[in-house]
Design a protein around this ligand. Structure first.
Ligand code: G
Ligand code: G
Ligand code: MN
Ligand code: NA
Length: 262
């Protein structure tokens, strides 16, 4: 496959870039941070989304240096936003969410790399959230959880991404060092109709109440309409992300959105 052979040099040539999608507080609509989403500007194929190359990067092991690059870039970007607005004191510094592949979790350098990047950048650990999919943690043993636990103890937030799509035992949540549930887009989609499916409403209500009783915050993904946002706010979700607020975009756009509602 052509993409596979081009992948290692792509990192050296600086062909990857990151888009940022705002994370919005459902209560007051303010921008609180962003999720970093990597793209590849391929010289022949144009912009490729992560679905096109993350699986290849995982398969070839490039995900470790690529993931480290994404983390460093994103944390630096968060610092730049902070320098640009002293003005957001009401909501504090913008936070940055970065996705982690399962392979990065098992890589022994994860904790030290993260510590080094935070120290080099001068960003507090609590401004960083690492997103791990629910499926990556299903059946996770203690060895896999140890690095996440250490990061969580330092103050880094761990989010369980795509929550509700896996088969994790809800009771299992107690042993995971997570502080945020990112409710999968499929739940948001079922809030599209009005009135929403009553069973889906009950499920979301149940997840939110369980999450809050375990001291976990709930972020919802894929919010495309104001009606969905309102429904999810009423259901008690804390933070939202989706096209209704903004598509993933360049860092300046996030900065503008954050300032616009500050
Ligand atoms: O915006 P979107 O199509 O771009 O993202 C698709 C998927 O790619 C998301 O599920 C997201 O978790 C994943 N993804 C985006 N950026 C990264 C990254 O830097 N690392 C990993 N491992 N996954 C990413
Ligand atoms: O990490 P994760 O899979 O959750 O990454 C988010 C993915 O969802 C990205 O591919 C992003 O472009 C996409 N996305 C973000 N907001 C929306 C939305 O409102 N609707 C839909 N359909 N996709 C979205
Ligand atoms: Mn994610
Ligand atoms: Na997701």
């Amino acid at each position: 496959h052509g993409l596979t052979t081009a992948l290692p040099t792509a990192l050296e040539r600086g062909e990857f870039f990151i888009e940022y999608q705002p994370l919005v507080h459902l209560g007051d609509g303010s921008v609180r941070g962003a999720e970093a989403l990597v793209r590849w500007l391929h010289p022949q194929h144009g912009v490729l989304g992560p679905d096109r190359f993350i699986p290849l990067a995982e398969h070839t092991g490039l995900i470790v240096p690529l993931g480290r690059w994404v983390l460093e870039q994103s944390v630096r970007q968060a610092r730049e936003w902070r320098e640009l607005h002293g003005g957001l004191e009401a909501v504090g510094p913008l936070r940055i969410n970065v996705n982690l592949s399962p392979c990065q979790l098992t890589h022994p350098g994860l904790v030290q790399d993260t510590v080094d990047i935070l120290e080099r950048t001068g960003i507090e650990p609590d401004a960083l959230c690492l997103e791990v999919t629910e499926s990556a943690l299903i059946g996770a043993d203690d060895d896999l959880l140890k690095p996440l636990r250490r990061l969580a103890e330092m103050g880094v937030d761990i989010a369980l991404d795509d929550f509700g799509t896996g088969y994790s035992n809800l009771a299992n949540l107690r042993r995971l060092p997570v502080s945020i549930l990112k409710l999968d887009r499929s739940f948001t989609q079922s809030m599209q109709q009005f009135p929403a499916d009553p069973v889906d409403l009950k499920i979301v209500e149940g997840i939110v109440s369980l999450a809050h009783s375990l001291d976990l915050a709930v972020t919802v993904e894929g919010v495309e309409t104001g009606a969905q946002a309102e429904q999810l706010r009423i259901l008690g979700c804390d933070t939202a992300q989706g096209w209704y607020y903004a598509r993933p975009g360049p860092p300046d756009r996030l900065h503008e959105l954050a300032l616009a509602d500050a």
